[in-house]
Design a protein around this ligand. Structure first.
Ligand code: BYC
Length: 469
């Protein structure tokens, strides 16, 4: 009996009629499932989870909800609908028709970028694999798994591009994507943040707030690409990405809410008292925030990047929301960079990473403003702040510079001595860990986090979002 590809792998890339692609995917899929079983969410393979699956790209199909066991999840391949007569929107190739096939001269660059993007997706699943055991509620447990299966689908999206457009090299790269592992000493994931362990739910919420938001901005840049299949794939991924950032934003908001309730009840902002009452004190929250925000800032690359200039010039990777800029060629424009030796004016094309990093930082600020308003409204004098892009950088001009979170340069010894003020200490992590106990009764919530304002897909909070077996 012929395999029903539409049923097994929902897609809008005509998989049923593409034998080469079928063969490549049939070979890769069992390896993906082995990887999922070995390095995907630990346990819970038999649990029935209220998951969203994309079965088509239209309004009815992209968010299809139902009870699913994770290994049976239908990881599909979707490209946003094509835009008729689409043209390259920036750089030296501006105005020329977009490419449906990879131009030979851009093959190596596009492959590297697609591999770098793809590598982050399974990496994040690996980083989060143990969190299911300590979820603060079934609602949160379901959200974790939703994020995990969609990161799996985003890996599929990149593997599709590699299989469909890069021949044998692409197939090899797709295999390598399952061979590198987060934090592995010999074969680590490509980008720094994706090798950091995510050991508790506060780190998970920070990761989905700050690191998934890097995903948003990188995907927006690729959505501008002259390589149309990449652009269309990333357009569709962005829809799913919004939920991942919602998980981070609402997660941190709920932690802040619970902390403020405890602070008001006990009429104190003393961290030890707040902790003794089972809530997360705001200074600890700030230290977690500093860690994940600074790590995520590295993901935009170096301040001055000839790579980024070349991506822009050739039409491979644009700026997020390119249409918002007046000048899409950026040939003579300059950009004033904040550099360790003082301000430095460089060609705008060389500063494209910084343009994206700045847009990202503005976007990050939104949540902080809301949390700070809540803190103020509760009557406390404390404000969460974003660390300066100079702080704790390991990539680019600020790498290794002893700057504090406000961006002040300190004597190296003072910087080292004060790191514990700014980053989670072993004691902080042990305390957060002590709060992490899985809550599995429907509608129940751990005491360190407030309930969400609503359930999922119109269902009540008490709904059994994960049926544990
Ligand atoms: N760690 O010229 P530069 C997501 C490398 S998140 C390690 O500045 P460029 C998600 C760089 O690769 C979005 N290495 O680089 C979120 C280069 O190496 P090569 C992921 C780094 O190219 C949550 C060298 O340093 N997508 O989707 O201008 C859950 C020189 O640097 C790092 C992408 O990143 C680092 N942090 O910019 C799940 C998009 N930063 O080539 C998913 C694809 C830089 O000299 N990637 N390097 O060996 C890119 O567009 C670019 O590679 C980067 C770097 C923006 C990352």
């Amino acid at each position: 009996m012929p395999i029903d590809y539409q049923e097994r792998i929902p897609n809008n890339v005509d998989l049923a009629n593409n034998r080469t692609l079928q063969r490549a995917l049939e070979n890769w899929q069992p390896k993906f499932l082995d990887w999922w079983r070995e390095l995907g969410p630990s346990d819970f393979l038999a649990a029935e989870i209220y998951l969203r699956t994309a079965v088509s790209v239209d309004v009815q199909g992209w968010a299809h909800f139902g009870q699913v066991k994770m290994p049976d999840y239908r990881w599909g391949i979707f490209l946003a609908e094509p835009e008729a007569d689409r043209r390259i929107g920036f750089g030296d190739e501006m105005g020329k028709p977009v490419w449906q096939q990879v131009p030979g001269e851009h093959r190596a660059t596009l492959r590297r970028l697609i591999v770098t993007q793809g590598d982050t997706e399974p990496a994040s699943v690996e980083q989060q694999r143990l969190l299911g055991h300590t979820a603060p509620s079934l609602y949160d447990l379901r959200n974790l798994f939703q994020v995990n299966v969609e990161e799996g689908r985003h890996l599929w999206a990149m593997v599709y591009l590699l299989h469909a457009h890069f021949g044998r090299d692409g197939r090899e790269e797709a295999e390598e994507m399952l061979a590198r592992h987060s934090g592995d000493a010999d074969k680590p994931r490509i980008l720094s943040t994706f090798n950091e362990p995510i050991e508790d739910w506060l780190a998970f919420f920070m990761f989905t707030y700050f690191t998934d938001r890097d995903g948003k901005f990188q995907l927006k840049s690729f959505a501008e690409s002259g390589f149309d299949p990449l652009s269309r794939t990333c357009h569709f991924m962005l829809r799913e990405e919004a939920h991942h950032m919602f998980v981070g934003d609402s997660g941190i908001s709920r932690v802040v809410k619970r902390t403020l309730e405890v602070m008001q009840e006990l009429k104190t902002d003393d961290p030890a008292t707040v902790r003794a009452a089972g809530a997360i004190d705001l200074p600890t929250l700030q230290r977690y925030l500093n860690f994940w925000a600074s790590s995520s800032l590295d993901l935009f690359g170096a301040e001055i990047s000839t790579n980024a200039a070349a991506y822009f010039a050739t039409g491979i990777k644009g700026r997020p929301d390119e249409q918002k800029f007046a000048d899409h060629v950026a040939n003579d424009a300059t950009f004033a960079l904040d550099m360790p030796g003082g301000e430095q004016t460089v060609a705008l094309r060389n500063a494209m990473n910084e343009v994206t990093r700045a847009a990202y930082l503005r976007d990050c600020q939104g949540g902080l403003e809301r949390w700070n308003r809540a803190i103020k409204a509760a009557g406390f004098d404390f404000a969460l702040t974003l660390p300066s892009p100079r702080f704790r950088r390991t990539i680019g001009a600020w790498a290794g510079q002893p700057a504090d979170p406000a961006g002040r340069i300190l004597p190296p010894a003072e910087y080292q001595a004060r790191l514990a003020e700014w980053l989670p200490t072993e004691d902080d992590k042990a305390f957060i860990k002590s709060l992490m106990r899985g809550v599995t009764a429907p509608g129940q919530m751990a005491a360190w986090i407030a309930p969400p304002t609503r359930g999922i897909d119109g269902l009540p909070l008490e709904y059994e979002y994960v049926r544990l077996q």
